[in-house]
Write a protein that binds this ligand. Sequence first.
Ligand code: ATP
Length: 317
Amino acid sequence: LLQVWAPLNFLGFFYRELRQSLVDMEAMFEVLSTTSNVKDGTLELPKNKNIDATTTTRSNNGASISFKDVSFEYGNGRKILRNVNLEISPGESIGIVGPSGSGKSTLLRIALRAYDATSGDVFFDGYNVKDLQMKSLRSAVAVVPQDAVLFNDTLEHNVRYGRPNASDEEVERACHAAKLEKTIGDLPDGLKTKVGERGVMLSGGEKQRVAIARAFLKSPRVLVADEATSALDTATESQILESLEEIARDRTSVFVAHRLSTVMKCSRIIVMRDGEIVEQGRHDELVDLNGLYAKMWLAQQAEELSVKLEKEVELGV
Ligand code: ATP
């Protein structure tokens, strides 16, 4: 019996590994680029530092991330990041904003080692990311992307991708944290309902909640939200943000966003332009500074007002 069982068990292990790696791939912004020549490191982050998803009393256990003189180009001679220096403390919530193409996503890709900095270094909890096993680094980070990918499987499986060996109770708790209960209640077979292309289609907001539930289950030391709410209407955005903020509470979090409402509550907002950090501070400090952020803030408020007025004109109010 053992002889038959052992390979099957191994296969099961392999399948779980494979599924975990799918999550990790998803956690990267893109599958490692073919042009990238990152080399895996050998060190592992201490495991015991991961926050236990089963406990209700969590302490600040986020990781520090520091960028030291980081410059980067994608290989065509154009500098995308120029001498970026940024110290993110454990538990901080950081917003990264700036015009399109200013290098926000690139900065995160370098921290997660989709690419290596052309010069300078990134340290994760004091370890140079180049020395860390990528698997170890990525298991400490959860990314909620702009468009969560749903697999053609049950809702339960889709949530469990966050941590394949999670217990049923942990899956339930993650769904609760992501405020998925109403959706589950409305589905014909609850958590066992097939979702995705060949199942029930979920709305954009519901898909983001699945991504949040996955992130909660993963119980990461760093939560990254990359335009996670930009495709949603403002009412849904504020609900999703609430769930994200709840997960971010005891961790380090990084929110990349166009909409400034997404980062307003962050403890520090980093403003990027042309690959450089040009301003940083809290929302009110940056508004007072009267620089790029203040301009972006005014522009967005003017836009919101014009949309509101247009609607009122349409309605004949
Ligand atoms: P957005 O707000 O539009 O997402 P961003 O601030 O996140 O922009 P990045 O995605 O970091 O900006 O891109 C910075 C610059 O690098 C852009 O000019 C982009 O065209 C370029 N770039 C991004 N990815 C690649 C790539 N794989 N190869 C070459 N150039 C790239």
